[in-house]
Design a protein around this ligand. Structure first.
Ligand code: CMC
Length: 391
């Protein structure tokens, strides 16, 4: 009944109109509201990019100050939510905790669930952006058995997150400006990426009128998978497993083998058939962080050589597989001190900006209706029920 376009994986379906992000996958171009990602990553801040995505234009100095202040007013979590953490096992994956805690926010901020009111939608968006660092840092603190730290609003968005993660009450914590800048840049690089799987999930969840906290929790669940945001964790684990450059050919051979499910993590992309512009900035940032901190990690050399060998290989050239955003991010995050299990939580923290901006855009769209794909039914035709004793 009816003719539908069969498009598994939505490789050729535009699900919405959007003014947020433009990608030219063949040329390796990524623009947020027209601004190239390279310029934003090098010259702006995560708060500025958040403002740009939520409010269409870059802020004036006064607007940025006001926005940053507003976000800082929402960094605290309801005290009751700290109890919620204690219900998890200590070894729970931070993404499991994030899904649960973010979903639970809807039970605490009832006013923000009035999605018909643009003002309440903006408050909900600010709350989500502001609380994600607190939620992620608490997931980490819980896993290592250290006390939760309250936010310090005298610090920057990213500086406060670093302190809540790595600080302890017994000692003053000094934010390292190099680390703060690098992490802020990583957040910018993850802020939005048009209709990727998790963003589409947020939009689909939101299309039914579900509250924003529930929608972002759905996005977090989708992001967790290794084909999506989970790839940053998987990529670093893979690089450490490879260990030394002499073992690279073995892994390249496995990635090419049709009978082996193994893939090079941090490689390939649905849209980019060229170098991911975010990976370019990421690789440069690894060098800057290592130089300024005077540290190094053999895993970086393995990554560089793996990239070089893969890019020269016929298989990767023919399939147009290049490093993506997840390939180098783990090298920096690991140098900063994050365990691999936190990598995807950091992705979720940053992508929350894109999720809420996309969600707002969808709700404000007069054409918006519930997302409801159809299917091609391939099951049995109608038949009669047979009682269990006669089967
Ligand atoms: N290693 C080896 N072969 C690969 C890889 C890879 N990383 N990626 C794709 N291929 C092959 C794949 O086997 C297929 O070959 P064939 O046409 O012979 O069957 C071909 O390339 C096309 O792959 P596909 O799976 O049909 O492409 P897709 O657009 O559905 O998948 C992807 C895109 C990102 C899921 C995939 O490239 C992948 O699994 N990469 C590894 C995981 C990863 O790094 N994900 C992060 C994506 S970027 C940031 C984010 O979203 O979080």
């Amino acid at each position: 009944t009816g003719m539908f376009t069969y498009d598994p994986g939505f490789t050729s379906t535009a699900s919405c109109e959007s003014t947020l992000t433009y990608i030219d996958g063949d040329e390796g171009v990524l623009l947020h509201r027209g601004y190239p990602i390279g310029q934003l990553a090098e010259q702006s801040s995560f708060m500025e990019v958040a403002y740009l995505l939520l409010n269409h234009e870059l802020p004036s100095a006064a607007e940025l100050d006001k926005f940053t202040y507003t976000i800082s007013r929402h960094t605290m979590l309801h005290e009751q939510l700290a109890q919620f953490y204690r219900g998890f096992r200590r070894d729970a994956h931070p993404m499991a905790i994030m899904c649960g805690v973010v979903g639970a926010l809807s039970a605490f901020y009832h006013d923000s669930t009035d999605i018909a009111d643009p003002h309440q939608r903006m408050i909900a968006s600010h709350r989500l952006i502001a609380k994600m660092p607190t939620i992620a840092a608490m997931a980490y603190k819980y896993s290592v058995g250290q006390p939760f730290l309250y936010p310090d609003n005298s610090l920057s968005y990213t500086g406060n997150f670093l302190r809540m993660t790595f600080g302890v009450p017994a000692e003053p914590y000094e934010v390292n400006p190099v680390v703060e800048r690098a992490l802020d840049r990583i957040f910018i690089l993850h802020a939005d990426h048009e209709q990727n799987a998790s963003t589409s999930t947020v939009r689909l969840a939101g299309s039914s009128g579900a509250n924003p906290f529930a929608c972002i929790a759905a996005g977090i669940a989708c992001l967790w998978g290794p084909a999506h945001g989970g790839a940053n964790e998987a990529a670093l684990n893979m690089l450490r497993e490879i260990g030394t450059p002499d073992r690279i050919p073995e892994y390249i051979a496995r990635a090419k083998d049709k009978n082996d499910p193994f893939r090079l993590m941090g490689f390939g992309h649905r849209v980019y058939k060229n170098y991911d512009p975010r990976a370019t900035v990421m690789q440069k940032t690894v060098r800057e962080v290592f130089d300024s901190l005077g540290v190094s990690d053999p895993v970086f050399e393995t990554a560089l050589q793996l990239e070089e060998i893969a890019l020269k290989d016929e298989y990767f050239a023919e399939k147009k597989l290049f490093p993506n955003v997840d390939f180098y991010s783990g090298v920096i995050l690991s140098a900063i001190g994050f365990p691999t299990t936190m990598f995807t939580a950091l992705f979720a923290l940053a992508r929350t900006v894109g999720w809420v901006a996309q969600w707002n855009e969808m709700i404000s769209d007069p054409e918006q209706k519930i997302g409801r794909p159809r299917q091609l039914y391939t099951g049995p035709t109608q038949r009669d029920y047979v009682p269990v004793g006669e089967r």
